[in-house]
Structure formats: C-alpha cells, structure tokens
Design a protein around this ligand. Structure first.
Ligand code: ZN
Ligand code: ZN
Length: 176
C-alpha cells in the first residue's frame, strides 16, 4: 500500500524547482561545470536549460573544452592577488540558453532557479529579461559583489538556497 507523504516530508517549492534545475544540469556535456536553470511563473514550469554548445556543433565531450586563461583578482584579507584561472568558453551558459528558449511574455514577473550563481554576463542579461527573482544554490565568487549590486538596483530578488542539498544522482564536483 502506498501512503501519502506527510506535509512535513513534502518538498517545498524551492527544493522542488532546484531539484529540477539539478536534474536538467545532468544533460550538460562540459566536464568542468554542469549548470541547470529553469523558468517558473507562479508554480508553473515554463522552460529548462543547461550549459552547452550551440545545436549541431561538437560539444566538450566530443571536441574537448575550449579553454581560455584569464587573470582574476583574488582578495585575501587586505591583499589583492592576481591569479590565473582557466575557463571553458565552448558552452552557452544555462541562463543564456534559458533566455534564448523562452518568450519575453512568459518571463515577465517570473522566477529563475539556477544551480550556480550567475556570472556577470548572465546576470546582466537576466536583469533585462523581465525576471523578478533569481534563486541559486552554489556560489560563484567572481564579480559576485557587482552582481548583487546590479540585482539590488533592478529590484530583483536574489537569494541563495544555502541549506539546500542537491539530489545525489545530480551532484558533481565543480572545477573552479
Ligand atoms: Zn567545456
Ligand atoms: Zn553565465
């Protein structure tokens, strides 16, 4: 016999939609980072996206990552250090794919759940997309202050689900 879940065992909406974002992220073929994003209007799922190469183009699993090296400022206490970071630029970011595959009218006043805190470019695009709330799980320190300031300026709710635990089958370690 199947018994119904008690109310306290039932997933809240944040967990529910973030779980979906994590499951979507498993479609990504970039070994460095799997990012998933979903668009939610009210309680309705209106779109899903992950980071990947454009359609019909060899992805990271076939052609390898397209690595660039960038210098980044790393602040330790009072000290600023320049550190070299490697990034894969083969993929369109999940948030950008989400914007490419959803309609503006569906995005007005909506919420985006995304596994990782958006980078500056994605944040800038989301800020102009009609989305009113962005919920993320894993932090992304690069440009984080600028992103937070931008969201505040645009009146977009920007929150981290810090107590959230991703589903075991969707977890992966991230190369930062
Ligand atoms: Zn890659
Ligand atoms: Zn991005």
């Amino acid at each position: 016999m199947v018994t119904a879940l008690q109310d306290n065992e039932r997933k809240d909406w944040d967990t529910y939609f973030m779980d979906i974002a994590y499951m979507v992220s498993t479609r990504s073929r970039c070994p460095r980072r799997h990012v998933g994003a979903v668009l939610v209007q009210g309680k309705k799922l209106l779109g899903t996206a992950y980071n990947g190469a454009p359609m019909g183009v060899a992805d990271c699993s076939e052609a390898g990552c397209m690595i660039v090296e960038e210098l980044e400022v790393n602040v330790v206490g009072e000290e600023e250090q320049m550190i070299k970071k490697q990034r894969c630029i083969r993929t369109i970011h999940a948030e950008q794919n989400l914007l490419l595959f959803t309609d503006r009218i569906d995005r007005e006043g909506s919420t985006v759940y995304v596994t990782d805190q958006p980078c500056w470019t994605c944040a800038n695009m989301l800020a102009n997309s009609g989305v009113k709330e962005i919920v993320y799980h894993r932090g992304y320190p690069k440009d984080s202050e600028k992103v937070v300031a931008l969201m505040r300026q645009r009146g977009i709710v920007f929150r981290c689900l810090d107590r959230y635990e991703p589903p075991a089958q969707a977890g992966m370690s991230v190369i930062s």
